[in-house]
Design a protein around this ligand. Structure first.
Ligand code: CAA
Length: 440
């Protein structure tokens, strides 16, 4: 059976940066450590006034195609995953293809284009679609281009405002890939939830606290479901676990849940069973609240063990490095977590070929998905070719007044003559509705 997976990757960050401890915290009159330690974030990437989901997606895809020496004829499918779409009919992939056709020989008339929506998990669903299309033998030797692109902005004053971000990840999906292969086995946890919605509105309505609980509940189900088909997961078999990362603090919780599950730690249940002599749980605690307090106490104790701390530092923490600097990229977020981990391995001089990753994707509304990946021998060259460090370095550091101005611009009330904080440097720019994607 031919292996299918990710052959190449590229990242494009929004060109602006909002410093959370330095600029955001003082304005909100909050302790900077709420952001750096609590949420785990140093900064958010932000789109300049000439950037949007099309320009960032097209810029990432352009860089990927140019680097890999690809022409439109090599690509049989373009899927864009986003939860920041502006057109309810024409998919964002057609706008992206229009941009790319300005700079490459030939066109994408032959390509199947679409747009995937299920909040942040749509990026992984687009990978699945591409994987299935190739495995079904419908690709005629061509690869698929999957682009996860979002401007993850919240209304000013919303609790989510600290977790904003903007950027795109482009991925080439092919047979015999150079980067990672994807497992056939997948696990799902899916339920109708209303924790995060954007019904005909630019900024989401979010029940932030509940969204954290829904994420954890669906992720637990997905892990259990994955083990039904793939067998029990063992911590020693996994090099990294990239999770969907709305903010690193969320992944701290997911990591603890995952650790307890895959180490089969039943000490809490066993102690409880001893204590209550195998009677119903309700008889050991007067209220549900007491039970939850006891469970939280046990999880806190587990978190403090050396074994957990070591596992977390090796398996989870390296997936969060980029996220700390860019915030939430919604559909792209789990894909930058994978890149973060492999970048960490490269910098540590570690050989990752043949190593296994467990990837946990999540989308509000809500669905989690777990699959595994095997790192291929071209991984080093892929990670080495990324210029994400210089992209991050080059971002313009917004003052609070700049931030308020550019935030208004992105409220889809666009005045195209607003100030640009950076100068486009050989990239696609938003040039007014209907004139999107001109390259400057
Ligand atoms: N020093 C250290 N830590 C501090 C601190 C300080 N001075 N002050 C607060 N903290 C800690 C808190 O204890 C908390 O940590 P724990 O959760 O581990 O207890 C953390 O910092 C955050 O503090 P709060 O809970 O008080 O923060 P908040 O209520 O202002 O906002 C949030 C948190 C509700 C999750 C908000 O960020 C939000 O609404 N985010 C958007 C929704 C979201 O991302 N949900 C995640 C799941 S849904 C999803 O994943 C899809 C998606 O992409 C949106």
């Amino acid at each position: 059976m031919t292996a299918v997976g990710i052959d190449a990757v590229e990242i494009w960050t929004g060109n602006l940066k909002l410093d959370l401890p330095g600029t955001f915290a003082p304005e909100k009159d909050e302790d900077p450590e709420k952001y750096t330690k609590g949420l785990g974030l140093n900064a958010s990437s932000f789109p300049d006034s000439y950037e949007d989901i099309v320009t960032m997606g097209a810029n990432a895809a352009h860089r990927l195609m140019e680097r890999k020496g690809l022409e439109p004829d090599d690509i049989g499918r373009i899927d864009v995953a986003t939860e920041s779409a502006f057109d309810n009919s024409k998919p964002v992939s057609t706008y992206v293809a229009g941009c790319l056709e300005q700079v490459f020989e030939g066109d994408f008339h032959h390509a199947n284009k679409g747009e995937r929506k299920f909040a942040c998990i749509a990026g992984t669903q687009s990978l699945d679609d591409a994987y299935n299309w190739i495995r079904a033998g419908r690709n005629r030797g061509r690869s698929a281009l999957v682009i996860a692109t979002d401007t993850a902005l919240y209304a000013r004053g919303d609790a989510g405002e600290a977790t904003q971000g903007a950027g795109a990840v482009a991925m080439l999906i092919s047979e015999d890939p150079d980067f990672v292969t994807l497992s056939t086995e997948q696990g799902y946890g899916s339920a109708d939830e209303t924790d995060f919605l954007k019904p005909n509105q630019q900024f989401p309505s979010v029940d932030g606290k509940r969204s954290v609980q829904v994420y954890l509940a669906r992720m637990r189900e997905a892990l259990q479901d994955y083990e039904q088909v793939a067998g029990d997961v063992h911590p020693d078999d996994l090099s990294f676990i990239p999770f969907h990362t709305p903010f690193p603090g969320m992944v701290r919780k997911a990591g603890l849940l995952g650790y307890r599950h895959i180490t089969r730690d039943t000490s809490f249940e066993d102690d409880l069973a001893d204590e209550i002599g195998r009677q119903p749980r309700s008889e050991a605690f007067d209220t549900d609240e007491e039970f939850h307090d006891a469970l939280r106490e046990y999880m806190d104790a587990l978190k403090d063990t050396d074994a957990y701390q070591e596992w977390y530092a090796e398996t989870i923490d390296p997936t969060l490095t980029l996220s700390r600097e860019v915030g939430n990229w919604y559909t792209g977020s789990v894909h930058i977590a994978r890149i973060s981990a492999l970048k960490h391995a490269l910098e540590a001089g570690r050989d990752m070929t043949g190593e296994q990753l467990l990837v946990g994707s999540y989308g509000s509304g809500a669905q989690a998905e777990i699959h595994s990946e095997i790192v291929q021998d071209g991984w080093e060259a892929e990670i080495e070719s990324l210029n994400i460090d210089s992209q991050l370095e080059d971002r313009y550091d917004l003052s609070w007044a700049d931030y308020e101005e550019v935030h208004d611009v992105h409220n889809h009330d666009m005045d195209v003559d607003v100030e640009e904080f950076t100068a486009p440097d050989s990239e696609f720019v938003f040039d007014g509705w209907g004139r999107m994607g001109e390259r400057k």
